[in-house]
Design a protein around this ligand. Structure first.
Ligand code: PEP
Ligand code: MG
Length: 747
């Protein structure tokens, strides 16, 4: 039994040796199709590795685990994968691999002594069988270069046979673990300037007379992940004639940098809308597609690329998800609300749930229409509950499309604007066969295939563990906006507008008294615009003014400020703003101006709140400027008082988009310790159990109501506190710029 086989040695029956993908690749190579050169580390090499390293006994013993116990399954999976990744490959095997890699590199005339870039893909012996295609089961590593990187990638591919999902999948589908092996394909990476996917049958209509091609500039990752909207061509299979095309707006291309990193490259405006495949390239793709299908006597799903005008096939496999019977789209004269690409056929009606982030996934209930920019593997559980899926981005081979077809639910992708046009809660009907979305219920329910409850629970657990915590930054000064954005934070969790006000030297009451609130508004617009534009597309939460009577006495117009014994407990925050409603209104108007300029990433939050009444009254003011809280704008509250924390359920019921813990004030008020009194510094403890208990209670309540939780007090920059908050399930942390790197390392 050989440990390494070159494509020229592989026959199509060799699935047990080189896995499904490897066998196809070898077969195509030997049938004369233009496949980039590759060698395959056989399933026997994997067996050797497992035996020689003594991992075999250990691992298969572990696999007697109860797969329904998801925690246990996850733990075992992690342990198995770690031991594979840590194990040393036996020397003789390592030498064989390195020698083969050297031979592969020397094939390239321009780089005689340079190791070449390779794609390392796993090829499992139970994968790619006709019924078992499931998006993203095993690993692929692209742009791997150098011996060490190659060995590491190979071990990761081996380990991927034991992800919790893979173990679960095999167990449920009756594949034995002991007989599931994995081969690894090491294939020369072409530096494609155009890539795409061909279906030799229209996967939506089952029309065997058509060929569908999708293509993007650069490498093919963008098309598979759905991050780029590809060109979409429909060709007549017999003549190669272009029957229909839709040119995607390709905002970027995935390319290989000189260091071998896969990077996104912005495209020039004129290139974004350029047709990717020229006529002769379409013709070439058609010719090979027809030949490949003829060869296999079965419709194929082919990944291809062009390098310097030459056509290459990266992969080809049978199309497994075509429908046996085409489900009719209904006929109506009605004008659809929205058009997109038909990605999975069928018709379904339901309530729209717009998902902007993974945290919102819990909004999706059985039968809802899941609307999102683009789906990701973390969304699979919610996608199973949905009766249809609509995305802004993606082509018919993107993640949303593949999974929808697998689940048998209608899907429309590439609508460009579903998340903007559709509104949360509205009823729509999705016609996945025609790529149309209509307002209201339309008849013709299509039965769904729902994945088993066990599978759903297993994924739910895994999703929880992969939960993403956003790391945001506090940014009070417009001048530091660029620097703050350079940290690549996920948004701004706190803008204290007092800083801008103080910089100008004029107290808001001065603008009020002088009837110059327009100047106040202008000041805020110009400052906030700098922050909002530096963080375009990411949330920026602006806090309404929180002017304590002692702190801003030096500003122009502050002479009328009352003298208070306890300004910290005094007239500031939302209680003050509601008494000086014109000032608050000017602040909201400034935010409205920003929204009108397209910065609808700007949200607002209310400081030092203690009652529902305050929230309601602030909403009334917001409505007066023409923005509906929580709908047109993210509308949240700071939790800085024990009162606000204790009424959290009522706040959620009244309607808020998010809460942000202001632990600076919250700590002093829970403990009765003045935050500014250095004498009490040793008592001032943000991790006091009383503070933590309050926070934990709030996070749990907010989760029940789908309200996002965040923190913008100083405590977030304390790694110990940050770790605790992450463990408790907070959705985002907003830290000081200088703490971003440190806290990021915890995520
Ligand atoms: C807080 O109280 O935690 C907070 C962020 O507000 P400030 O520091 O402005 O009082
Ligand atoms: Mg505060």
């Amino acid at each position: 039994m050989r440990n390494i086989l070159w494509l020229r040695d592989v026959k199509k029956e060799d699935i047990n040796i080189v896995g499904g993908k490897g066998a196809h690749l070898g077969e195509m190579y030997n049938a004369g199709f233009p496949v980039p050169e590759a060698f395959i580390i056989t399933a026997q090499a994997f067996k050797e590795f497992m035996e020689k390293t003594k991992l075999k006994e250990k691992i298969y013993g572990f696999l007697k685990v109860d797969i329904e116990d998801t925690q246990q399954l996850d733990k075992i999976s992690r342990e198995i994968r770690e031991s594979i990744e840590k194990a040393e490959i036996p020397k003789f095997l390592e030498k064989e691999i390195i020698d083969a890699y050297k031979d592969l590199s020397e094939e390239e005339p321009s780089s005689l002594f340079e190791p070449c870039f390779v794609a390392v893909r796993s090829s499992a012996t139970t994968e790619d069988l006709e019924q078992a295609s499931f998006a993203g089961q095993q690993e692929t590593f692209l742009n791997v270069k150098g011996n060490d990187a190659l060995i590491e990638a190979i071990k990761k591919c081996w380990a991927s046979l034991f992800t919790a999902r893979a173990i679960y999948y095999r167990a449920r589908h009756g594949f034995s673990h002991e007989n599931s092996f994995i081969a690894v394909i090491v294939q020369k990476m072409m530096n494609f300037d155009k890539s795409g996917v061909i279906f030799t049958i229209n996967p939506l209509t089952n029309n065997e007379k058509e060929i569908i091609i999708e293509a993007v500039f650069g490498l093919g990752e963008g098309i598979v992940s759905g991050a780029i909207e590809p060109d979409h061509y429909v060709l007549d299979k017999e003549t190669g004639k272009l029957l229909d095309s839709r040119i995607g707006i390709k905002n970027f291309a995935v390319v290989r940098s000189s260091e071998g990193k896969t990077i996104k490259k912005e495209l020039f405006d004129e290139d974004k809308k350029k047709q990717v495949l020229l006529d002769y390239e379409l013709r070439k793709a058609w010719e090979y597609a027809v030949k490949i299908e003829k060869y296999y006597h079965f419709p194929q799903d082919i990944e291809f690329g062009f390098e310097a005008g030459n056509f290459y096939v990266v992969q080809s496999r049978p199309v497994t998800t075509t429908k046996k019977e085409m489900k009719d789209s209904f006929r109506t004269e009605e004008v659809p609300l929205l058009l997109g690409l038909p990605a999975s056929s069928g018709v379904a009606s339901g309530r729209v749930r717009i998902i902007h982030s993974l945290q919102e996934l819990s909004k999706v209930q059985q039968g809802d229409i899941l609307v999102t920019k683009m789906t990701s593997p973390d969304m699979v559980v919610a996608m199973q509950k949905a009766s249809a899926i609509v995305t802004d981005e993606g082509g018919v081979t993107c993640h949303a499309a593949i999974v929808s077809r697998e689940l048998g639910i209608p899907c429309v992708v590439g609508t460009k604007k579903a998340t903007r046009i559709l509104k949360d809660g509205m009823i729509v009907t999705v016609d996945g066969s025609a790529g149309k979305i209509y307002s209201g219920y339309k008849q013709l329910e299509v039965p769904k295939e729902i994945i088993s409850e066990e599978m759903r629970i297993a994924w739910e657990e895994m999703k929880k563990k992969r939960r993403k915590v956003d790391l945001k930054v506090n940014c009070d000064l417009p001048e530091i906006a660029e620097r703050a954005a350079a940290t690549n934070a996920d948004g701004v969790g706190l803008v204290r507008i007092e800083f801008m006000i103080a910089e100008k030297g004029i107290h808001p009451v001065f603008y009020l008294q002088e009837k110059r609130l327009d100047d106040y508004k202008t000041l805020l617009v110009s400052g906030l615009e700098k922050i909002a534009s530096a963080f375009k597309g990411k949330p920026v939460w602006v806090r309404t003014s929180d002017m304590r009577t002692d702190e801003y006495r030096n500003l122009k117009g502050a002479d009328t400020e009352p003298k208070e014994d306890n300004p910290m407990l005094g007239w500031h925050g939302i209680r003050r703003s509601l008494e000086q409603e014109e000032i608050l209104r000017a602040e909201f108007e400034a935010i409205k101006v920003l929204h009108d300029k397209g910065y609808n990433n700007v949200g607002v939050m209310l400081p030092f709140l203690i009652s529902i009444e305050e929230l309601k009254r602030a909403k009334v003011v917001m409505r007066k400027v023409g923005l509906e809280p929580c709908k047109d704008i993210e509308f949240g509250v700071m939790l800085e008082t024990p009162a606000a924390c204790l009424i959290i359920e009522d706040l959620c019921l009244e309607g808020i988009s998010f809460v942000s813990f202001g632990t600076n004030d919250l700590t002093q008020l829970v403990l009765g310790v003045d935050r500014n009194n250095e004498k009490l510094a040793s008592l001032y403890n943000e991790m006091h159990p009383a503070v933590l208990r309050l926070i934990e209670m709030v996070i749990n309540t907010c989760k029940r109501y789908g309200v996002k939780t965040s923190i913008c007090g100083q405590a977030a920059s304390n790694p110990e506190m940050a770790r605790w908050l992450i463990e408790k399930g907070i959705d985002s942390l907003s830290v000081n710029i200088d703490s971003v790197e440190r806290i990021r390392s915890l995520l």
